[in-house]
Ligand binder design. Sequence first.
Ligand code: SF4
Length: 295
Amino acid sequence: MDLITPFDPWHSKLCTCPKKYTLNPYTGCSFRCLYCYITSYIPKAFEVRRKKDLVRRVSKDLVKLERGALISMSNSSDPYPHMEEEYGDTRRAVGLILSRGFRLLIATKSNLVARDVDLFSRRSCVSMTITTLRVEVSDRLEPFAPSPAKRLETLKLLSESGIETSLRLDPIIHGVNDGDIDDVLDRCSEYVKHVTSSTFKPRADSWARVSRAFPIDPGPYSKRGRVYYLEEEMRRELIEKVRKKCDELGLTFGCCREGCPINDLNTGICDGSGLIAYDPEGLKDAVMKPQNGTE
Ligand code: SF4
């Protein structure tokens, strides 16, 4: 496999995701979120680069995957960086993946995803990240990402178009956006069926960026390996708050890498992929050639 690779090949005990693959149509991300973890392993992480020959390479990889496999896009970049508007690489990859009968989970912060509404099907789900609706916070925390209002509007548009959508309320940062949980969930609940959430687990670089911009208290954090964790009791309290609100709003819930057993807090598949129709035949309603604008 070249560009589509197994997600979590190390089978981390913390990961409750179903078996899936990952594809990053671009290298790096232009949204420069302060809490972003990709800076710990991608050189020049905030400079987006196109991937050479993307469509041919994705096409070759798809031939090797089992029918109906779940592909997550993206985990080390946003699949809709600013340059996607000009190049349409992600659009071509989406068209190819869905036209060949695979399942697709898109994780983004961009309203540009709505451009591709004609490509999405019952085998896809769009997971939109919204960490706060206060623009004065998001402007500092996610300085080059589309505004929360645009993201909310996009969720509305997608759900009204019959596309499965979920919300990522992630990360929750103690002292920064932990007071926004109810507000974000109240405003999004009409447009999503599932919520994924997790607390901020920074490495040294993301800790430095966030703590320069916000007066966060390092007291309740401790380091395990290269990662800082908020005290377990505080993490659980925050995650339980999200779960409780989801219960009230009739949304399924999953937490991400908190170490809480799945049967304990999760009421749905953690990443939201439970909303995607599982069609083992895979190709029943697939279009076997790329759709308009995707070739
Ligand atoms: S959108 Fe995601 S990948 Fe891009 S900078 Fe923000 S956290 Fe990192």
